[in-house]
Write a new protein. Structure first.
Ligand code: ATP
Ligand code: ADP
Ligand code: SF4
Ligand code: SF4
Ligand code: MG
Ligand code: MG
Lengths: 342, 339
């Protein structure tokens, strides 16, 4: 029952919106095996456990939540870097979950990923030029070497790197510059959709604004759509149009950023936002924190009833008796999964 | 209140194969009894090295404390012999680190690790120290504390391990607790738990505290005084209201301006500081922020390149706490100082 409600309601309802990505009932479970000789499955990590949402062309959708709640797995499953256990991913009208081979390869040109760690994600033995042009080679674009180099130089300029450095290696660049290299590479195939998985978390504070401003400029210029995964909730408010809050593999709240930040409905979102420190001693002195006790349960053994019932400060009997509450639109475009709210 | 710790002109360098790292380049500050000092700065700015230096924990080689004094209760810690220093560490000054897993011994039970220091510093026997260890774990909010003494570090979550570290840090009632990014590896809801806990314990134990972080939000909530570091130097220091509400150093102003706000919608573009943090292998001359500083450019302040600005009281200081900056410019008036 609940999954149907979710499928139906987690849409952004305006009919005239240009939906670029539509995720429905998506699950990704990782098997847990035991036994040394005969491996048998003894359980599963429910990393993503039935999520549905749409992404509108040109918007930035934020994905937030605690470590291990399934954000990266969601991003990777959408891109088919992991194949879904269940559910559908429709991108620009085409179903990806059943697509394979050359069709999938062609679709991948339109969807790219930027990683958190600009140090680990770049091959240390390749020059900037070859890193950025590698996707072009794989897809056989610009067989003319000179044209390709010109295009790579354009890309470097676009992301604020001096093309003069085209033959240098990643270790010769700072963290912020390496992230620019990663962005240039992601842009090489002119994608329409980019999953940015914690793109600024590893960067110094004074460099984060540079990269975020760049991402915003590129979005305007190239009409890019972003799925922005982050744990910095202040930055998410700044850069995103809408935000989805995840907890134990599920979306518990989804809505326009101002609505969610100014008027959070789910007890977890309320606690999460109240826990974020604000760089203003005056504000900090008068703030009321909602301290939720305990840790995140293991996604291999989620609680019965509402996923949040082991830590929720306002749980009541229904929360233990009923299945996980469905995600329901409680205010215009603002979806919440909680028995207290619906 | 009286001064508990007085650090003067601390200089620390590392002599590595890639050259000399000028990690801390003349750092001076005082800490009063019971006071919380927040040290903020980006990675590599010298926060950890300066606090390791005052605990006598700089790995040598390659590191060397080149000069400076660290007066703690009348003694210069930098002149103490290693075994004298060991008695102070853990007993009078305790330290907790970012990653509790690296500071807890994975093959010893939590109980063994806490009781060890109680036996060393407090002369307790096994049953006394186990009782006290369980009380400490209970105090930091670990359920079923007595039984959990026999568990190993990997049986605890990240947040619980940090609680264990705090319990160990507090076991001998230290006068000073140094916390180096103790919540950086934790989720924000767990971070909030730990911060509440530390605030409450700090009052109970009447400790002074140095809280090191790159998160300006965290120190805004807990520090009485803030010290902003850049390139191994203190750029600005003052009460948290002064540093956040009346920033006078171009770097502090730039840093705060580049942060988005949780509590208001951010339509405008973030103001960004151009360039990147300094390479600490270059011998520091002048102001470390000079290559990135708008104010220097605007005022054509050439001496920023080769003369070190001293740490001086802000031109029109009003606060009771000393508000100091290291800068050749008076940014409020938009003019050069000392002309
Ligand atoms: N390849 C894998 N095999 C098994 N379990 C996995 C795998 N990848 C992720 N998981 C598990 O799935 C859950 C969700 O992981 P995921 O990486 O998506 O979290 P996240 O929200 O991105 O966390 P973080 O904020 O730490 O990056 C975690 O419990 C994780 O341990
Ligand atoms: N053991 C070491 N060997 C060489 N260089 C070091 C060592 N420890 C720290 N450094 C260098 O000293 C500078 C200051 O480091 P640190 O105090 O750790 O910075 P942070 O402000 O991030 O805590 C950095 O340039 C760092 O690379
Ligand atoms: S359904 Fe119940 S337990 Fe779950 S978030 Fe709502 S009130 Fe809390
Ligand atoms: S001393 Fe000069 S370069 Fe340094 S912060 Fe002040 S104005 Fe800028
Ligand atoms: Mg992740
Ligand atoms: Mg450090």
């Amino acid at each position: 029952m609940s999954s149907q409600v979710m499928e139906h309601t987690a849409r952004k309802s305006q009919a005239d919106d240009d939906i670029i990505l539509s995720v429905t009932g998506l699950k990704k479970h990782f098997p847990i095996s035991s036994g040394i000789v005969f491996q048998r499955q003894v359980g599963a990590v429910r990393a993503v456990d039935g999520i549905s949402f749409d992404v509108v062309r040109g918007e930035t959708l934020g994905l937030v939540g605690e470590s291990g709640c399934g954000k990266s797995t969601t991003g990777r499953t959408i891109l088919q870097l992991y194949r879904p256990t269940e559910g559908s991913v429709k991108f620009e009208g085409q179903e990806l979950s059943t697509m394979a081979g050359n069709d999938l390869r062609q679709m991948r040109r339109r969807m790219q990923i930027i990683f958190q760690d600009p140090f680990a994600s770049l091959n240390p033995r390749m020059t900037v030029g070859s890193i950025v042009s590698e996707p072009l080679q794989i897809h056989n674009i610009y067989s003319n070497k000179k044209e390709r180099q010109q295009y790579v130089e354009q890309l470097m300029e676009k992301v604020g790197l001096n093309p003069y450095f085209i033959n240098r290696y990643p270790h010769e660049f700072s963290g912020g510059q390496r992230q620019r290299i990663g962005i240039a590479r992601a842009l090489a195939l002119e994608p329409s959709f980019i999953v940015a998985d914690e793109p600024i978390s590893a960067l110094d504070v004074s460099i984060q604004a540079q990269v975020v401003n760049l991402m915003e400029e590129l979005q305007d210029e190239l009409n890019l759509t972003y799925l922005f995964i982050a744990h910095d909730l202040s930055m998410v408010r700044h850069i995103c149009d809408r935000v989805a809050v995840m907890y134990l593999g599920k979306i518990v709240e989804l809505g326009p950023v101002d609505a969610v930040y100014d008027n959070p409905q789910h007890p977890y979102t309320q606690a999460l936002l109240s826990a974020v420190p604000v760089p203003d001693p005056g504000v900090e002195e008068s703030r009321q924190r909602i301290i939720i006790s305990g840790d995140l349960p293991s996604p291999a053994t989620p609680p019965t009833g509402c996923n949040f019932n082991t830590r929720c400060p306002v749980a009541f009997d229904l929360c233990y008796q009923e299945p996980d509450p469905p995600l329901v639109e409680v205010l215009p475009n603002h979806f919440v999964s909680c028995h207290r709210v619906t | 209140m009286s001064v508990l710790l007085e650090v003067k002109d601390l200089v620390v360098r590392f002599y590595t194969q890639e050259g000399t790292v000028f990690a801390v380049n003349g750092v001076s500050f005082d800490l009063e009894e019971g006071e919380t000092l927040g040290i903020v700065g980006e990675s590599g700015s010298g926060k950890s090295v300066s606090s390791l230096a005052l605990m006598g924990l700089i790995p040598s080689p390659p590191g060397k404390v080149e000069s400076g004094t660290v007066i703690f209760e009348g003694r210069d810690l930098l002149q103490l012999k290693p075994d004298q220093m060991r008695l102070i560490r853990g007993k009078e000054i305790a330290m907790i680190f970012q990653d509790p897993m690296t500071s807890l011994n994975p093959v010893l039970t939590i109980g063994t690790q806490i009781t060890e220091s109680l036996k060393l510093h407090e002369g307790m026997n096994t049953s006394q120290s186990r009782k006290r260890a369980a009380d400490l774990l209970d105090m930091v909010g670990i359920p079923d504390a007595y039984r959990r003494l026999d568990d190993y570090p990997h049986q605890f979550s990240g947040g619980m391990r940090q609680r264990v570290m705090i319990a160990m840090g507090l076991s001998c009632n230290p006068k000073l607790l140094i916390a180096d990014e103790p919540t950086t590896a934790l989720d924000v809801t767990i971070q909030a738990q730990i911060i509440e806990l530390v605030k409450q314990l700090k009052d109970e134990f009447n400790m002074a505290m140095i809280w090191i972080t790159h998160d300006l939000g965290v120190v805004a909530g807990i520090a009485d005084r803030i010290q902003v570091m850049y390139g191994g130097r203190i750029m600005e220091s003052g009460s948290s209201h002064e540093v956040f509400g009346d920033s006078r150093h171009p770097y502090t102003v730039g840093l705060l301006g580049s942060l988005p706000r949780l509590d208001s919608s951010g339509e405008e573009k973030l103001t960004q500081i151009e360039g990147s943090p300094p390479d600490m292998r270059n011998e520091p001359e002048g102001c470390p922020f000079a290559p990135r500083c708008d104010m220097r450019e605007m005022l054509q302040l050439d001496k920023c390149w080769d003369q070190r600005p001293p740490l001086e009281i802000v031109p029109d200081s009003t606060g009771a706490v000393t508000h100091v900056i290291s800068c050749w410019a008076d940014i409020r008036e938009g003019v050069a100082k000392h002309v």
